[in-house]
Design a protein around this ligand. Structure first.
Ligand code: CO
Ligand code: ZN
Length: 332
């Protein structure tokens, strides 16, 4: 699975520019799924199975987009000013390299005179693309870029930009490949524009009209020095979400995931996340409401160029979802 993860995390795909990620995933799922289609907003939907006894119409979601930056203007000397696409941290930007759609690299610098304290505002940062002046700048207003960082395998722990949420995409691709017989009609949805407001999940959930929904996304951990206290750590298994800022998981969906993990002997953790949310928040409130839950991949340094996951947690998430979807969904 590491090759799949590497190709997904290294792909270019800031929110609204997910086409390359979509092409990669479409090539992976095309041979396995009964139907693969792209909807009006750009979500990729791969469907397997049909509803049998005890079966439901299930939507699984992982978002293809990653945080990035967008060019807002270019000054006379050719320095590129930018805004965030999704939640970019100023702290994670200085000295970072960004990559534009055409492969062009820029480095992020900071104003020196105007910065008070240690942390410049976003509008006090700029991208140096090697231009001498505005006219020779190889980028234009509206161009987007993502972090430029290679995938690194530390042996058990994997580091890359965009683990949020290509690791979720990789998990769904793997589940689709391994699933085989299922009593459910399962729609694997690779969503767009999660980082700017859960947009793709909102429309695709409406279109699919699911009876049960699960998002696979990253969650933060409490296991680094002086971390915000949180009962989730790397390597202790995928996390079954109880709540985050955007939703309370459906208790039946939560129980179904927990019982599956216990039956299969898969380590798992329970997650209460105080900041952030996932596609499941809007899947849950679609139409007349959908029982929804989240399986999270514990991740350190979320929204930096070096997001870290534990490979065993990833494999555990795949096993848990495959085992759950092979049987009836008893969600009460
Ligand atoms: Co995110
Ligand atoms: Zn995410």
């Amino acid at each position: 699975m590491k090759e799949l993860i590497k190709s997904l995390v290294e792909a270019f795909g800031p929110s609204g520019s997910e086409d390359r990620v979509r092409d990669l995933i479409a090539a992976e799922v095309g041979k396995v799924a009964r139907e693969v289609r792209t909807d009006a907003l750009g979500n990729l939907i791969a469907t397997v199975g049909s509803k049998g006894a005890g079966g439901r119409r299930v939507m699984l979601a992982a978002h293809m987009d990653e945080i990035g930056i967008v060019v807002s203007h270019i000054d006379a000397k050719g320095f590129v000013r930018f805004g965030g696409v999704g939640g970019v941290f100023r702290l994670a930007l200085i000295g970072s390299r960004v990559r534009f759609a055409d492969g062009r690299i820029g480095v992020i610098g900071s104003e020196q005179k105007r910065v008070e304290g240690d942390l410049p505002r976003l509008d006090q940062l700029f991208i140096d693309v090697g231009a001498k002046d505005r006219d020779s700048a190889p980028v234009k207003v509206g161009d987007v870029a993502c972090f430029d960082r290679p995938f690194v395998d530390l042996g058990g722990r994997l580091v890359a930009k965009a683990m949020d949420d290509r690791i979720g995409c990789a998990v769904l691709v793997q589940v689709l490949k391994e699933l085989g017989e299922t009593p459910h009609e399962v729609h694997f949805v690779f969503t767009v524009q999660e980082e700017v407001g859960l947009r793709g999940a909102q429309t695709s959930a409406y279109g699919i009209d699911a009876e049960l929904a699960i998002a696979v996304d990253v969650t933060t951990t409490g296991d680094t020095p002086e971390a915000r206290t949180m009962a989730v750590s790397l390597g202790s298994g995928p996390a079954v979400k109880v709540k985050d800022r955007g939703m309370l998981s459906h208790p039946g969906v939560r129980r179904w995931l927990v019982e599956t993990a216990e039956r299969e002997g898969i380590p798992y953790q329970l997650e209460v996340l105080e900041a952030g949310t996932t596609d499941a928040a809007v899947m849950q409130t679609t139409r007349a409401g959908v029982p929804a839950g989240v399986l999270s991949i514990p991740t350190r340094y979320v929204h930096t160029p070096s997001e870290m996951v534990d490979y065993e947690d990833v494999l555990g998430a795949v096993r848990l979802l495959v085992a759950a979807l092979r049987g009836p969904a008893e969600i009460g």
